[in-house]
Ligand binder design. Structure first.
Ligand code: C5P
Length: 284
């Protein structure tokens, strides 16, 4: 059973507070994009779980969120799963690649089980795999709160062109969450303002308000993030920010803009850059 695992971008990311359970309360506007991994799942009766990918450094055992997801949905049934992932979403980019693969496994296995679970139930299963997995189950445009698992679907994102660029370094999510605790946060995104702008389909207003609190972390790598943002804006982006805990940065352009040359230039300079479009909600 083949399933696409769409990359996620943060249109906004607000860190509210560190919690006692080791997580942080967040408020994020999430958007999935057409750029994706391809996941293929085959069930077996041997009860063995495995994952194979085109990248040598991606784990094939329980450390791979896709395997964890298969175990969560099939646990106790005696069935196992053989998962093949064609990975295109870079690791350590803030694009929820691992979570998207896990969510794709949940959707694929669910289909193989004759849609035993609703999308909502699948999202709840995803919570046990990782904070971003419930969102990656439903995709589209959504407000994510709590540790990321409390979801409110929003209107579809207005049509636009997107350029995503990742510098050669990755950023570890737990590391940046620790670093943000040492920062006196200067500004918070106007989440409500973005929700209203999404409701009206007002791309210019969305782009004006895009903001990621994690960019305030005092880390030399943020200089490269700023550099990429500036290049995107100079190239005509209406807005550009880092996604999640980075290191990928994206810019949003008017629909119909010729963004391919912009991505090609960024790729030459930083090693990874692609174009994408907004991806709408998943359906069963
Ligand atoms: O939920 P997940 O396993 O993806 O989270 C990985 C790590 O990221 C957590 O262990 C925690 O350090 C950090 N995190 C956080 N607050 C969140 C989500 C993740 O502090 N809302």
């Amino acid at each position: 059973m083949k399933e696409k695992a769409f990359a996620k971008l943060n249109i906004s990311l607000d860190v509210s507070r560190a919690r006692d359970d080791g997580y942080h309360d967040l408020k994020m506007i999430m958007q999935s994009v057409t750029f994706c991994d391809e996941v293929d799942v085959n069930l077996n009766e041997s009860g063995i779980f495995s994952a194979r990918t085109n990248l040598a450094y991606v784990p094939s055992d329980d450390k791979n969120l896709a395997v964890k997801a298969a175990k969560v949905i099939l646990g106790g049934s005696g069935q196992g799963a053989e998962i093949t992932i064609d990975k295109k979403i870079p690791v350590g980019a803030g694009m929820a690649g691992g979570s998207a693969d896990a969510a794709a496994v949940l959707r694929a296995v669910n289909r193989l089980l004759g849609n035993r679970y609703s999308l909502e139930e699948l999202a709840r299963l995803g919570e046990r795999v990782g904070s971003d997995v419930p969102y990656c189950v439903i995709n589209g445009t959504a407000l994510a709160e709590g540790r990321g698992e409390i979801l409110t679907p929003l209107n579809d994102f207005p049509d636009c062109e997107i350029v995503i660029c990742k510098p050669s370094f990755a950023i570890s999510t737990p590391e940046l969450f620790k670093a943000i605790d040492r920062v006196k946060i200067r500004a918070h995104p106007d989440t409500e303002g973005i929700i209203e702008a999404v409701g009206r389909g007002d791309l210019r207003e969305i782009c004006r308000r895009m903001y990621n609190t994690f960019e305030e972390v005092d880390d030399h790598r943020m200089r490269t993030v700023t550099e990429i943002k500036k290049t995107l804006i100079r190239s005509g982006a209406m807005g550009a920010i880092m996604t999640g805990t980075g290191s990928a940065v994206f810019g949003i352009f008017e629909p119909g803009s010729d963004v391919l040359p912009i991505a090609e230039n960024l790729k030459k300079e930083y090693g990874f850059a692609v174009t994408a479009k907004p991806e709408n909600k998943s359906e069963l």
